[in-house]
Design a protein around this ligand. Structure first.
Ligand SMILES: [Fe+2]
Length: 467
């Protein structure tokens, strides 16, 4: 019987493979660019190692692209062959079933199984991180918090990778509004593991949500040498830095970070494109001319016309396509989204209930139909969490709706949205600037539904060009 570094039984050919896999898990927790290499070494030591094949399947599912799904499926089939030849213990068997459930479209079922697995194996760092990642993709912020909360008592500083687990816990706390506890937990995690980019990032989110941009820049810069070793997650860290600079009105620095890091490599990963899209859109809302920067993302996004793996990704792809002015490609994109929304499965349900209304709202907004944008987005706005991503990432759609409400002269709606935003982000300058203008206009507008002619287009332009 072989065991991993935290004492779990592992089905493998030799200890060398298990040791390589322990390293793979540590690097996965660190979002390291060396993770694939470590997984390759594991599979070189034991091509049939069940957990390594399962991890490979999950890694490729997390890419959320139709063209990488077959790689995940191949890993799944190889894993099942391995079980037939060597058998599997309970932990391995449950992880395999969860991967199979996700591969066949039922992410919700997979998440429930993964979360239950943590009751039996709270020290299984691989399961902790995979559960956390799946919950994040699925928009389960309270689930993230609950899953790490229940395992924390099993962990302590003597257990390998403890810092990374604190980082996951910090992020769940932050995404559920427990900012002070998240900051304390995240900073402790990074103290233990300075290469915990996810924990560094969780504290960055706290600073973003609590309007502390200068502190945010200092915090992220302090650990930049560490997170520069990450995979494409390093683009996301630069994105967070850029958000802080934008909050400080340093638009030239935002564009420098965009060109030098965030979209330097023109990558196709949906996370990378969502970084770029939401940053350019924010800049445009602040009146910045972003030149031809939409073009490269629009081309990559249009290639996903037959993909539609995630509603969160699609919303960003569509925003890129429309911002480049290619309405023909956007129409084709929305048509195939409709097709995806039919049928059964977690993704289809999210597309039907949230992805399509959001897509229609984006389309309306970018084609000058602000009232329609509000009508599509407002009914699902409170549940937009369901498409996944973080509060900071979805904020681009909040801004889109608020500014569309103002342009459509739906001032009561805009005011309600801004009030809600200020409850979540007290003293948020972006919201305060917009809110300060609305009462003057409300005096001349009787209702949301019947805007008077006393509010002209120029006033609306001024409202949405606030900096
Ligand atoms: Fe983030």
């Amino acid at each position: 019987m072989l065991f991993d570094c935290r004492g779990h039984a592992v089905t493998a050919l030799n200890q060398n493979a298990v040791d390589h896999f322990d390293n793979t898990v540590s690097l996965f927790l660190a979002h390291s660019k060396k993770t694939p290499e470590a997984l390759g070494l594991t599979l070189a030591a034991d091509p049939q190692m069940l957990l390594a094949l399962i991890a490979k399947g999950f890694f490729y599912k997390m890419l959320a692209k139709v063209e990488t799904d077959p790689v995940a499926l191949e890993a799944l089939f190889k894993a099942k062959l391995s079980v037939r030849e060597r058998g599997a213990n309970h932990r391995e068997s449950e992880l395999l079933t969860a991967l199979e459930e996700w591969c066949y479209g039922n992410l919700d079922k997979a998440i429930a199984r993964l979360d239950a697995l943590l009751d039996d194996y709270p020290l299984d760092a691989l399961s902790v991180k995979i559960t956390h990642a799946c919950q994040f993709i699925r928009g389960r912020n309270h689930g993230m918090r609950a899953s790490t909360t229940k395992i924390m008592s099993a962990w302590n500083e003597g257990v390998r990778d403890y810092g990374f687990i604190l980082g996951c816990h910090s992020f769940g706390l932050e995404e559920t509004g427990a900012y002070a506890e998240a900051e304390k937990t995240g900073k402790r995690g990074v103290e233990i593991a300075p290469n915990d980019a996810w924990g560094t990032h969780a504290v960055g989110h706290v600073l973003e949500m609590s309007n502390r941009p200068s502190e945010g820049i200092n915090w992220l810069s302090q650990y930049q040498n560490e997170w520069e070793n990450c995979n494409n997650f390093s683009y996301h860290m630069h994105w967070h830095k850029a958000l802080f600079h934008l909050e400080l009105g340093q638009k030239d620095e935002v564009l420098r970070l965009y060109d030098s890091y965030i979209r330097k490599d023109h990558t196709d990963d949906f996370r990378d494109i969502s970084n770029g899209v939401s940053l350019l859109y924010r800049l445009e809302l602040e009146g910045v001319n972003v030149g031809n920067r939409w073009e490269e993302m629009a081309k990559l996004s249009a290639n996903h016309v037959n993909d539609h793996s995630l509603a969160f990704a699609d919303a960003h792809y569509l925003l890129a396509i429309l911002s480049s002015g290619n309405t023909k490609a956007a129409d084709a994109f929305i048509e195939t989204m409709h097709e995806k929304a039919e049928g059964e499965g977690t993704a289809q349900e999210i597309f039907r209930n949230y992805g399509m209304p959001l897509a229609k709202a984006i389309h309306a907004c970018k084609t000058g139909n602000d009232a329609q944008c509000v009508d599509h987005l407002l009914p699902v706005f409170d549940d937009l969490q369901q498409i996944g991503g973080s509060h900071a990432q979805r904020d681009v759609f909040h801004r889109l709706l608020i500014d569309a409400s103002i342009r459509a002269q739906r001032y009561s709606t805009a005011k309600d949205l801004l009030d809600a935003r200020l409850q979540q982000r007290p003293e948020n300058p972006w919201a305060l600037k917009r809110l300060a203008k609305i009462p003057e206009i409300l005096e001349t507008v009787e209702t949301d539904e019947a805007p008077t002619q006393t509010v002209n287009r120029q006033q609306n332009i001024e409202l949405v060009s606030l900096t």
